[in-house]
Design a protein around this ligand. Structure first.
Ligand SMILES: N[C@@H](CCC[C@H](N)C(=O)O)C(=O)O
Length: 277
């Protein structure tokens, strides 16, 4: 069976996007992993599927699958690519869209300058809801990782993040420690591991070892979580420039109970057709 797709990226965090608004597409974890494979498939960090909404007043549903085949709740760079996709493919004439994800409704807006701003919703800080196993609500918590103790802040942006502050992202042990944090027993749903270097109160550098994908060139929800963690720790002031290895995002957050606003680019690379085994 042949399947049309569009290859997109948000700051080098790359996606295969599939339009399932007219006919459903059957995706197993094995199929997703095969498509995401960079040697034998198309290659991507995440696969995004655009579907009709199931809730009145909502425009679309979009589903997110990591490269390992697992379906997840949220994806910030994907949300920006989603809105560019439905706009460019003329699936809607709207530039402000309400879209259902596994973790609720988010509201991306395609701006006149081509950038996309997404209301990513209110961050979740209660450990049990991240989910993070802890008997304390403290913003900074110790986590034992491979014989070391690191100080993390657990934040959910719909998906779970563990953010730590490092002196220099270029020398941070992202691959080794990220893999251990991703599968740490205190994160029962696994976790995205963020390594944040504070340049000044309105500027950070960030690398993220993503759950189900490894280190990516950028992580939108990771950028939101890092800014929330930095503001809660008293290190940052909104809005914050977030430099990732793939480019820059702007993240704004007015504090607890407020939604996080993320602004950045979304790029279409090419359209293609793949053979679904
Ligand atoms: N790259 C994404 C996040 C994708 C999902 C993540 N790996 C997870 O498992 O939660 C982003 O831009 O937010």
């Amino acid at each position: 069976m042949k399947l049309r797709f569009t290859k997109m990226h948000g700051l080098g965090n790359d996606f295969v996007v599939i339009d399932a608004t007219r006919a459903p597409v059957e995706l197993t974890p094995e199929r997703v992993a095969a498509i995401a494979d960079r040697h034998f498939g198309v290659g991507c960090d995440q696969l995004l599927v655009v579907e009709p909404a199931s809730t009145p007043g909502v425009d679309f549903r979009y589903r997110i699958f990591n490269a390992d085949g697992g379906e997840v709740e949220q994806c910030g760079n994907g949300a920006r690519c989603f809105v560019r996709f439905v706009h460019d493919k003329q699936l809607t004439g709207k530039r402000e869209i309400r879209v259902e994800t596994r973790s609720g409704i988010i509201e991306p807006r395609l701006r006149d300058d081509g950038l996309v701003t997404v209301d990513m919703g209110v961050p979740v800080l209660k450990p049990a809801d991240v989910p993070f196993v802890s008997d304390s609500d403290a913003v900074v918590q110790p986590l034992e990782v491979g014989g070391d103790t690191v100080a993390i802040t657990a934040v959910s942006m719909g998906n779970p993040h563990a953010v730590q502050v490092v002196a220099d992202v270029d020398t941070a042990p992202v691959a080794a420690q990220g893999a251990l944090i991703e599968r740490h027993a205190r994160f029962p749903a696994r976790v995205n591991a963020g390594f944040m270097q504070v340049v000044d109160a309105r500027h950070i550098r960030l690398r993220v070892f993503e759950r189900g994908a490894g280190e990516t060139l950028a992580c939108g929800t990771g950028a939101c979580a890092a800014v929330v963690a930095g503001i809660l720790r008293g290190l940052l002031e909104s809005p914050v420039r977030v430099d990732t290895r793939g480019g820059t995002l702007e993240i704004a957050w007015a504090g607890e109970g407020s939604p996080v606003l993320m602004t950045g680019p979304a790029v279409t690379v090419f359209d293609g057709e793949l053979e679904l085994a």
